[in-house]
Structures are given as structure tokens and as C-alpha cells.
Ligand binder design. Sequence first.
Ligand code: NAD
Length: 309
Amino acid sequence: MKISGKDIVVTGGAGFIGSWIAETLSSENKVTVIDNLHTGKMKNLKGFADRIRFINADIRDREAVFEGVKGAELVFHQGANVIIQASIDDPKMNSEINVGGTLNVLEACRKHDVKRVIFASSSAIYGNTEKLPVTEDQDPSPLSPYALSKLEGEKWMKIYSEKYGLETVTLRYFNVYGPRQYPDSPYSGVISIFTKNIRTGKPLTVFGDGEQTRDFVSVRDVVNANLLAAESRKGVGKTFNIGTGKSVSLNEMISILEKLAGKKTKVVYDKPRHGDVRHSRADITLAKDVLGYSPAVSLEEGLKELLFP
Ligand SMILES: NC(=O)c1ccc[n+]([C@@H]2O[C@H](COP(=O)([O-])OP(=O)(O)OC[C@H]3O[C@@H](n4cnc5c(N)ncnc54)[C@H](O)[C@@H]3O)[C@@H](O)[C@H]2O)c1
């Protein structure tokens, strides 16, 4: 999928996922990044900073968002408070960014006749599900203010699509991993930590028994899903799971890492983390059928890239 000649905004574009979207699009489009560098970093823009316009602004700042979005055709809305614990400590702050900030983005799009918005939602909206793999029609059961705010964001996307004719597409990312992810990311930070510790010969700490499972998806596949969502005619107004459709336990992942690194590593089992879901796996049939999404990076390939950068 290739997008060219467009005026594009990426909110949260100095973050892990946003910076890959911005970089991918920056060679053939006019890209603006809006980010307040809360968890994002300027170093994520290294190598393509001169090809983009960077606006250091908070998405809670309505005027800045309106100014940044002016003239854009397409917006990838990735900016958010992503720290679940911070959302629990300060739910109002979380809501102001993830719901209020999202509304600023949507209002700016309405005012400036933006064609389409792609929204980064999360598998966190499902909570603990009995049925796996989880399909998009599963009743949501958010377990944190963060998850609730993502669900609210999704609902606002739908309202703007139905009431104002703004084309919106929502992507529910599962556990995204890859280069530029910071180790304390609540999603796949575990992969950044494990690969770093194996490289430096440090032990790995597992919270719980290591039998919890996750659907880890490479950031490269997530970028591709965003590009497909930006172009798809049938995807408008819809919500899609973006994972791989496969899951592994942390213990299985450690075995894969040890095999790739060619060495055994010390594993320390600690108390389970409160609020972690036990199992997670996406049903990606809808994204396959409607968007033509097909994850291409195997976990082995993705881990190898992080182990041997
Ligand atoms: N990483 C995952 O596995 C995953 C899974 C599900 C959903 N998501 C969603 O994907 C998006 C990107 O997440 P990520 O993993 O790249 O995290 P990230 O922290 O690297 O990116 C978030 C970006 O948003 C910016 N930001 C935060 N508050 C802001 C504010 N008030 N104004 C402007 N910018 C602000 C941060 O500085 C950062 O650059 C988020 O919306 C997140 O909720 C990520």
C-alpha cells in the first residue's frame, strides 16, 4: 500500500507507533506531527525530521490542534496518555487527553474538512474475555480509565462518521512491539526489556507464572494496517482488530528468545501484576476481509530484529 501527495497529520507522531507511521509516509507526503513529547521523543524522528513539520503541542490545546490540522486530508490519531497506571492515579487527566484531546482532533477535522481520521484504539477495551480469539462484536469490558477512554474515543469516531460525514476508521491494536518502543510501555514493553536483558546478560523477570498469553504484533504490520485503513472504501465507520490472530505465552517467548540468542537465560518469577488480563488473542478475519490486512512479520523475525539491532 502506497500513499502519496497528501497532506497528513500524525498526532503522537514522536511516539513509538506514530513515528513509524510518520516516517513511512514522510518521503512522499507532506507530514505534520503534533506531539507534546510526554512519552514521545525527538530521537524517534531522527533520520526524517527534516522531511516533516513538527508541532510541539498538547492535543488538549484546541487552538494548536486546529492550526496543525488546517489543510490536512488525512489524520492518524495516535496521541494519547498510554500509561495505564497514570490513568488510574489521575482519571480526569487521562480523560482530558484521551477523550477531550480526541474531540479536539475530531472538531478540527470537521472545521477544516479533513477527509478521514484513523483512530488508534486498543484491545484493552475488551478486558478479560471468555471467548478467544476475540471478535469485534464482543461486549467491551474496560478494566481501567485508560481502556474506558479508548472506548469513548471509538464512540466519538462513530458519531462523527454518522452525524458529520467525517470518514473515520478505528483500529484496535493488540500488543504492538518493535524498534523505538520504550521498555516501560504497558503493552509490549516486556519484549523491549527481555531483548535488552538477553543482549546484556541480565536475568528476565516474569510477573506471574509466565503462562499468560498475548497476541504480539509487529509495528510494521500495524503501520501497514493504518495505510490500508486510510485507503479502504469499505472500512469507513468500522472498527477492526489489529493483531496476528496467534498468541504466545511469555514462557514460550522466552524459549524463542533463547533459541535465537543461542544461550540460556536466568528467569525470575515474581508476583502477578494486578489488573493484567490472562489471555488475549485477536480474531483478524474482519480486517483481512474488509481492509485486506495480512500480518507479514513473524514473531521470530520481529524478535531477531530487536536482539541483533
Ligand atoms: N503499543 C501498543 O501495543 C498499543 C496497543 C493498543 C493501543 N495503542 C495506542 O496506540 C497509540 C500509540 O501508542 P504507542 O505505543 O506508540 O505509545 P507512545 O507513548 O510511544 O505514543 C503516544 C504519543 O502520544 C504523545 N502524547 C501523549 N499525550 C499527549 C498530549 N496530551 N498531547 C500531544 N501528544 C501527546 C506522546 O508524547 C507519545 O509520543 C496510543 O493511542 C495507544 O493508546 C498502543
